[in-house]
Ligand binder design. Structure first.
Ligand SMILES: NC(=O)c1ccc[n+]([C@@H]2O[C@H](COP(=O)([O-])OP(=O)(O)OC[C@H]3O[C@@H](n4cnc5c(N)ncnc54)[C@H](OP(=O)(O)O)[C@@H]3O)[C@@H](O)[C@H]2O)c1
Length: 415
């Protein structure tokens, strides 16, 4: 096998290279559409293949060419991204091996499979592993990247630039890969479950579903942005929101009674474990104007929802206390990463970006978090193993209890 530095490789021309996706599924579509939307690559330089015309629509709708077979993509492209399921990755690479010269830069998006195996299957080591998420479509993925032995500095820059345009990229040692993917990839699905559960709590407390979902997404989005932008620990930010005997701490008490943190940590650890296993087996304003003025003022520092005052306690339980619940969730996800072997700093920044990206996906796509979660959780995969842990731990019930308890405490305090 041609290894690191033994063979002179042709540099990839950054202004002219063609990018191919082998596996035209959810993740490939998110990354490809994200790249086109961010103006990084024109659709005329992106290719993929799928036999089914219906599965081509996501790509063709933005002008990406979809061939009928993988061979055409491999022949046409200089940078080839493998985005098929881990279970079939080996056979797909082996089938294309005669076309995969060392002048082509290869990239795998699959969880689980290590560079050593990928390089063996391809017959050379100019390979990069990247694990993004479907939040790439809106430019908010939490992405992990590992370099193969023969990937050049230019290769590394090119891939970091591509994926940096559709999210944040962390380059790290491959031994941290499974745990990092459990946060950056699967973690977005855990965040969707948390957002949905917080919204459900609001519905129990009497808020209309639509308001609940937007408030809950904004609470997670704002909390994740606070962690990233202030650099403060989520525990510290949570303490700032939870005053003695107040409404927020009543909700947090419910989270802790329900072992909410343990469920989240279990989810991250179970997802990491499943990655290993898969590879092993394979106040009312006076006038309308005042109201608008206040809405404008507060809109400058966040989003504002106008509503009947009778909904106020439940809405505050999400929009206000909800940020504290989000801090607890972010901290717990980061703790899960540490339990799975990730350094604390990386774990916390990945977890914040995972929540930020997931909340932004709910707000920007207008899709239901359950639907977005389903797109990430494939049958028998790593993400669903983590979600199973959340459900076993009654994670949703804890979040709903937290919103209801906070609303109740608000009523009590108002009396
Ligand atoms: N989704 C995520 O959030 C996420 C995050 C991190 C990493 N990943 C990794 O990304 C990869 C793709 O995941 P995904 O969620 O995008 O899965 P997906 O939606 O199922 O996409 C896989 C695609 O591959 C196609 N395919 C099946 N056999 C093929 C073959 N022999 N040649 C070419 N294409 C073939 C499938 O076609 P059919 O539809 O006809 O089966 C499908 O369109 C996986 O390895 C996963 O580990 C995903």
């Amino acid at each position: 096998m041609a290894g690191g530095g033994e063979v002179e490789v042709k540099p990839i021309d950054k202004e002219a290279f063609n990018l191919g996706f082998i596996g035209a599924g959810n993740l490939a579509a998110s990354v490809a559409i994200g790249l086109v939307n961010q103006g990084i690559l024109p659709p005329s330089r992106i290719f993929t293949a799928h036999r089914n015309p219906e599965s081509r629509l996501d790509f063709t709708s933005v002008g990406i060419q979809v061939y009928k077979n993988n061979h055409q993509v491999a022949e046409e492209c200089d940078v080839i991204i493998f985005s098929v399921k881990p279970q079939i990755l080996k056979e797909v690479i082996l089938d294309l091996r005669p076309l995969l010269s060392q002048n082509k830069l290869l990239v795998s998006l699959a969880v689980g499979h290590k560079l050593k195996a990928l390089q063996e299957w391809a017959g050379h080591c100019r390979f990069v592993r990247v694990i993004p998420s479907t939040a790439s479509v809106i430019g908010e993925a939490a992405t992990v990247m590992h370099l193969g032995e023969a990937a050049t500095v230019n290769d590394s820059e090119l891939i970091a630039d591509l994926f940096g345009a559709v999210g944040k990229v962390w380059k790290m040692d491959e031994k941290l890969s499974d745990a990092a993917a459990a946060i950056g990839g699967a973690g977005t699905a855990f965040a969707y479950v948390a957002i949905e559960a917080m919204a459900d709590g609001g519905v129990v407390a009497g808020l209309p579903r639509e308001i609940c979902l937007s408030l809950a997404s904004q609470a997670f989005y704002g909390a994740a942005a606070m962690v990233m932008k202030t650099g403060k620990h989520p525990g510290q930010l949570k303490d700032q929101v939870a005053s003695p005997g107040g409404t927020t701490i009543a909700g947090i008490h419910e989270l802790e009674k329900g072992a909410f943190r343990a469920s989240m940590m279990n989810a991250v650890v179970a997802t990491t474990k499943r990655s290993h296993e898969m590879v092993m087996h394979l106040g009312e304003a006076a006038t309308v104007n005042d109201s608008e003025l206040i809405a404008d003022l507060f809109g400058a520092v966040g989003k504002v929802w106008k509503m009947d005052e009778k909904l106020s306690d439940a809405a505050a339980a999400i929009g206000g206390a909800g940020t504290a619940f989000a801090y607890v969730a972010i901290e717990a996800m980061a703790d899960g990463g540490v339990a799975a072997g990730l350094p604390r700093k990386i774990s916390l920044s990945l977890a914040s970006q995972a929540f930020y990206g997931a909340a932004a996906m709910v707000m920007k796509t207008g899709k239901h978090p359950g639907q977005l979660k389903d797109q990430v959780a494939s049958p028998g995969g790593t993400t669903i193993a983590g979600i199973h842990e959340l459900e076993k731990g009654a994670f949703r019930a804890s979040m709903m209890n937290a919103v209801v308890a906070t609303t109740k405490r608000s009523h009590e305090m108002g009396q």
